[in-house]
Design a protein around this ligand. Structure first.
Ligand SMILES: [Zn+2]
Length: 235
């Protein structure tokens, strides 16, 4: 009896350990079970990619596009399918300004413990909407919340698609614009992928940070690339 309890205890402990491990892997920015994942690219060149997640939204697309136009920067927008559908015009504006568009799923849900069918649907519906808006380039993929486990990386790997995460995410650690700028400048290195959200009212501090981040990184000698350009440098 005692032995049975010990064995059961060990099994439960093991199961708990496996769960913790899978949880860590599901949110890892640098590892997944299948295919390529890029939190940044390895390069000697002073290049960096500015990426914006979520949206598009009617309220804030013009503002971010205006800043990027004035600063002459091409960025990468990871757009959500349902928002593209609602804001077709904003999507077209982003494309017309020459920015890169990435796929950020249709529903923006955590893509763990989901079926292959759900994955296929989330990605392919969004691809179609991006193309329908007139986008012609490669479409990289970024998982909502950076979460993935089995089915998502498997689909992406089978379709030769890269998973793009990030290595500089100031909003995870700080809130105020001056801190977002400071954090970004301190942590950006060659080949970094910077993640910001500017599509919603709650992200005003991030929006305020975009121009100073661009100006300061330029002063440090960095050049801005889209994610695909960054990947091609690496390759
Ligand atoms: Zn997102």
């Amino acid at each position: 009896m005692k032995r049975k309890i010990i064995i059961l205890g060990c099994l439960l402990l093991l199961l708990f350990g496996v769960c913790i491990l899978l949880f860590q892997i599901s949110k890892s920015r640098t590892f997944q079970f299948f295919g390529e994942i890029y939190p940044r690219v390895e390069t000697q060149q002073k290049v960096v990619a500015l990426t914006f997640d979520d949206g598009p939204t009617r309220k804030h697309t013009d503002e971010i596009l205006g800043i990027l136009r004035e600063e002459n920067v091409k960025a990468t927008f990871y757009l959500v399918g349902s928002a593209i559908e609602e804001n077709q015009g904003e999507t077209e504006k982003i494309i017309q300004e020459g920015h890169e568009i990435g796929n950020h799923t249709y529903h923006h849900k955590r893509m763990i413990l989901v079926s292959p069918d759900v994955v296929k649907n989330e990605i392919e519906t969004t691809d179609e909407l991006i193309k329908k808006a007139g986008y012609k380039g490669d479409i990289t993929f970024r998982p909502p919340f950076g979460k993935k486990l089995f089915a998502l990386p498997f689909y992406l790997s089978e379709h030769n698609r890269n998973t793009i995460t990030w290595d500089v995410d100031p909003e995870t650690f700080v809130e105020k614009s001056e801190d977002i700028i400071k954090y970004t400048l301190k942590n950006t290195k060659n080949g970094s992928i910077i993640l910001l959200h500017v599509a919603y009212d709650s992200r005003a501090e991030s929006m305020k940070s975009v121009r100073p981040i661009i100006k300061n990184l330029r002063e440090k000698g960095f050049e801005f690339k889209t994610v695909s350009e960054l990947l091609s440098i690496k390759n």
